[in-house]
Design a protein around this ligand. Structure first.
Ligand SMILES: [Fe+2]
Length: 263
């Protein structure tokens, strides 16, 4: 189920993905908390279709329904879905709050860099800047450790943490500076392509705001890799327009509209 859900996501088969996850729901919906990750996958398809009410319903009814049990994957699903919704301009209300409470228990964790970055997102968004700064500082300390995760921390963890912190204070330029040098290294933190794509989306969004010329290049690459992503075409249009390429921007905007109409 999960592998096919990833294939559908990577190939931009959003409507098929929704149908697939829904059709087999009776087979997996009574299993452990991993089921919430399959709902998260369905949420990604709906996000690409700009069906934000459906994403929020999935978030409330499934993805965040057992946050209090403090399972790391639930926090990863929830934080990444909320961050993505906000990148789409959706108001998520006070949904960061429950996530923040769980994340406060993990400020000093030295387990997986990938997971700690999701706790950091919640702390930054949930109004806990001191705890967020402490987590980022602990990640910096940990990058000196001669362990696999210590090396991951130094290679990509501290840079990604700096980018998240910059984005939370609205400094898109600093986020680009932090993420651009490590974007081809992010794989080493683990997680799936779909999960790590959040960081690519952050880089692209920040570049559209702060470095449109760079954004144009990043989005030329991204729309080639993900030609069925309306989100990406929309941002490509914005970057092209900022660079004075009105006709190309209009074409990118039309492509986004076509994809949304036929998704
Ligand atoms: Fe997955």
């Amino acid at each position: 189920m999960h592998a096919v859900a990833h294939v559908m996501e990577m190939q931009g088969r959003h409507a098929e993905g929704i149908a697939w996850v829904r059709r087999h729901e009776p087979d997996w919906s009574t299993t452990n908390n991993f089921r919430f990750h399959l709902y998260w996958h369905r949420g990604l398809y709906h996000l690409e279709r700009h069906e934000f009410d459906e994403v929020l319903a999935i978030y409330d009814n499934y993805v965040a329904s057992d946050i209090a049990s403090d399972m790391y994957l639930d926090v990863c699903n929830a934080a990444s879905l909320l961050w993505r919704l906000e990148m789409h301009g959706v108001d998520v209300g006070d949904r960061w709050k429950d996530l923040t409470e769980v994340s406060l228990r993990h400020v000093d964790d030295h387990e997986l860099v990938f997971v700690s970055l999701h706790y950091l997102m919640a702390l930054l968004k949930g109004g806990e800047p001191e705890a967020a700064a402490r987590l980022a500082a602990r990640m910096q300390d940990y990058s000196n450790a001669a362990t696999a995760q210590g090396r991951v921390s130094g290679r990509v963890g501290t840079g990604t943490a700096a980018a998240l912190t910059a984005l939370a204070r609205g400094d898109a330029g600093a986020a680009v500076d932090a993420l651009l040098p490590i974007r081809y290294e992010l794989w080493c933190m683990g997680g799936s392509h779909a999960q790590r794509d959040l960081f690519e989306e952050m880089l692209v969004s920040a570049a559209v705001r702060a470095r449109p010329r760079l954004a144009r290049a990043l989005l030329a690459e991204r729309t080639a890799a993900k030609p069925r992503s309306a989100w990406s075409w929309r941002r490509y249009a914005a970057a092209l327009r900022a660079e004075g390429q009105a006709a190309a921007a209009d074409a990118a905007e039309r492509r986004a509209a076509e994809l949304l109409a036929t998704a």
